[in-house]
Design a protein around this ligand. Structure first.
Ligand code: GDP
Length: 315
């Protein structure tokens, strides 16, 4: 059994802003020019501008200079394929999938800072699982803000999935306790837990996440099977910092990178790859529940560099 069976195809539309820098932007920069030092400096600035990160940019631009020196490349246009192949090489292992428990249920804990798109991302995951014919229980473990529970309840209603919620101000770990019981009783395939948004610097709230983890593990050995950290793609380096702290506190196993459509800096995916041990597993490319894709590095790099006319047929 595998979750998110659909291959990544529709990211191009969502990556329109990034494409304006690395797709059409770079193409018009390169057109008809020779790969001299000046042009390579401009390519370097484009990669940095797309948030690819200093590490990857320095390495790849260094390799580009070498290749030009050796006469392997000459024309500006040749740089696109070169950059794409060097970026793709950074993911030389198999794409990472969402962990699935056998036997069911699979427990997925979703964490992140307020406003990054966490609740919307939970709804997207629930929608995809439902579309694949799986039964889902949602747990609203964000008991701090009444609005947060209501927001999730609205999604649960719309998506036709069960929601377990506590009274306002209830202990989130108690809500999770009940939700695990309900999931087992209903023999549901997946329990998806939305937690309160918190800052990675709030020690008490981070401890609460650890407690939630322990409650789950006591009831279902080996669970949670995934701890997904939702990051906002528009937040750049700050997101990397959040990931490091969350990762250490609650054992994040994967990243859901939301709002990739809202930024010209889709290259942040490369910077995340270089900076963190945790893989990006899913990407959010819009506000609708359908706007989610499993992260496929090759398809993603192609989409980042796609010219505008390439987007229409594939999105
Ligand atoms: P939370 O506070 O982290 O739970 O964030 P919400 O789920 O409430 O989302 C905050 C805002 O981001 C809402 O307006 C969402 O519609 C929006 N949002 C979430 N994911 C995406 C995405 O992938 N793309 C875009 N453009 N907006 C998103």
């Amino acid at each position: 059994m595998r979750f998110f069976r659909k291959a990544a195809q529709a990211v191009r539309q969502g990556l329109a802003r990034t494409r304006s820098v690395l797709g059409s932007g770079l193409r018009s920069l390169l057109a008809g020019r020779r790969l001299d030092d000046e042009l390579i400096d401009e390519i370097e600035a484009s990669l940095i501008g797309a948030d690819v990160g200093v590490k990857a940019t320095t390495e790849i631009v260094g390799e580009l200079r070498e290749a030009v020196k050796k006469g392997e490349l000459e024309k500006g246009e040749d740089a696109i394929e070169f950059l794409k192949s060097r970026l793709k090489r950074r993911w030389d292992d198999a794409p990472v999938e969402i962990a699935v428990a056998d036997p069911s249920p699979t427990v997925v804990l979703v964490v992140g800072v307020n406003g990054v798109g966490k609740t919307t991302s939970v709804a997207k995951i629930a929608h995809t699982l439902r579309a694949e014919g799986r039964s889902v229980v949602l747990a609203a473990a964000d008991t701090f803000r009444a609005g947060a529970v209501e927001q999730l309840a609205t999604w649960a209603d719309r998506l036709g999935v069960d929601l377990i919620r506590g009274a306002a101000g209830a202990d989130p770990a108690a809500v999770v306790f009940d939700a695990v019981d309900a999931t087992l009783a209903r023999k549901a395939d997946v329990l998806l837990i939305d937690t309160a948004g918190r800052l990675h610097v709030e020690a008490n709230l981070m401890r609460q996440l650890v407690k939630i983890r322990e409650v789950i593990a006591r009831k279902i050995p080996g669970a949670p099977h995934e701890v997904l950290l939702v990051l906002d793609a528009t937040s750049g380096q700050n997101g990397l910092q959040q990931a490091t702290v969350f990762g250490e506190a609650v054992g994040v196993t994967g990243i859901f990178l939301a709002k990739l459509d809202g930024t010209a800096r889709g290259g942040i995916v490369v910077a995340i790859r270089d900076a963190l041990k945790v893989p990006v597993k899913l990407v959010g490319v819009g506000e609708r529940v359908e706007d989610v894709q499993p992260f496929d590095p090759d398809a993603f790099i192609d989409a980042m560099f796609a010219a505008d006319h390439e987007s229409a047929s594939t999105s």
